[in-house]
Design a protein around this ligand. Structure first.
Ligand SMILES: Cc1ncc(COP(=O)(O)O)c(C=O)c1O
Length: 383
């Protein structure tokens, strides 16, 4: 089945009991057991729920994995993955990860003596230099949030395999529609499904897919033991969102390219981070490993222009956290998504104060440009 059809018919397609074309919402915490000697297939919804299971089978198909798991948020999914490690282990992480991912490592897992090493993962030699026998995994986002760095998944996964490490990829920005890390050699792929997979800014969810039976059993155990599972209703909403992922991503991709070119042409803008530009340092790698460039753009205003004034003068482009919804969303990484990262690390990584991140929605691209143009015209510093 082609990927566009898999989005609609993958996993468990409808309800075999009634013929309903949608998987029902099994809004139950527990299940009647027939016999004290023998458990039914379902016992308790933390352990298993048919609506969640339909979603888990769907994302497993889409990411071409062996097992999939649905969590109550992206952070719950990431926490479950980091729970694979034990005291004394180190994880190589990229230098401009989502702030919450850094925070959970720095403020929680570090207390359990699970450490991290910050590395520029574009530089394969730097990765190799940081590997020793305490390092157990390499964790990347590609493109990164918010600077759109592109890491070569295949090459990183090869280094990891050669050194007996696992490769973990946060695929939130690309989604399996554009990029499938497990097919490139990664071991674990995860999503903040709150973003493009849900697609409508109406739910929080996290998804994990793994490429082998051993990891599947471990994550299953952690999911049940720690309990951050996705509810049946949100599982239903997410299945619904995923059905339109293909058409939405095509439109996000198209709109983002037009908007990136518009921003690049403006004198108020100093730099545009967009992996679909031919002169972007990661363009060739992204063109090789993905089928698109996504809907995310970051840009820096020139000196003499005020990001606060710019944001205030937008009309319908919504100022707020998050990304990947049908509506355009804009945010200020230094104080919002990446506020949890210490100032020095942020500056070093390029997350400066005049940096703005735009999640280009699927509205008319003409309206998006008009809105940006109006706000840029008003963004000059005045005494
Ligand atoms: C790339 C990325 N990964 C993970 C997360 C965390 O996901 P959630 O907000 O669903 O917990 C986010 C949230 O913004 C994100 O942008």
């Amino acid at each position: 089945m082609n990927f566009e059809s898999l989005l609609i018919h993958g996993g468990i397609d409808g309800d075999s009991f009634t013929g309903a074309v949608n998987v029902p919402i099994y809004q139950t915490s527990t299940y009647r057991q027939e016999d004290i000697e023998k458990n039914n297939r379902y016992e308790y919804s933390r352990t298993g729920n048919p609506t969640r299971e339909a979603l888990e089978k769907l994302i497993t198909d889409l990411e071409n994995g062996v097992g999939g798991f649905a969590f109550s948020s992206g952070m719950a999914a990431i926490t479950a993955i980091f729970s694979l490690f034990k005291s004394g282990d180190n994880i190589i992480i990229q230098n401009n990860l989502y702030g919450g991912t850094f925070r959970v490592l720095d403020k929680i897992f570090k207390n359990f003596n699970i450490g991290y090493r910050i590395v520029n993962t574009i530089d394969l030699q730097e990765i190799k230099n940081n590997i020793d026998n305490t390092v157990k995994a390499i964790y990347i986002e590609t493109p990164t949030n918010p600077l759109m760095d592109i890491t070569d998944i295949q090459k990183v996964a090869k280094i990891a395999r050669d050194n007996n490490l696992i490769t973990i990829v946060d695929n939130t920005f690309m989604t399996p529609y554009f990029q499938r890390p497990l097919t490139l050699g990664a071991d674990i792929v995860l999503h903040s499904a709150t973003k493009y997979l849900g697609g409508h800014s109406d739910l929080l969810a996290g998804l994990v897919v793994v490429n082998d039976k051993e990891l599947k059993d471990k994550i299953k155990f952690i999911q049940n033991a720690t309990g951050g599972v996705l509810s049946p209703f949100d599982s239903f909403l997410l299945i619904r969102g995923i059905k339109t992922l293909g058409v939405r991503m095509d439109r996000h991709n198209f709109n983002a390219k037009v908007v990136a070119e518009f921003l690049k042409s403006r004198g108020e803008v100093n730099k545009v981070y967009y992996p679909g530009f031919k002169d972007h340092i990661g363009y060739n790698v992204q063109s090789k490993q993905g089928k698109g460039y996504g809907g995310m753009i970051s840009f820096v205003l020139n000196e003499g222009y005020n990001y606060k004034k710019f944001l205030k003068n937008l009309n319908f482009i919504t100022f707020g956290e998050s990304l990947g919804g049908v509506e355009s969303l804009i945010c200020h990484p230094a104080t919002m998504t990446h506020g949890a990262i210490p100032y020095e690390i942020r500056q070093k990584a390029g997350i400066v104060n005049n940096l703005i991140r735009l999640s280009v929605g699927i509205e008319s691209v003409h309206d998006i440009i008009k809105d940006l143009e109006m706000a840029l015209n008003e963004s000059k510093y005045t005494k």
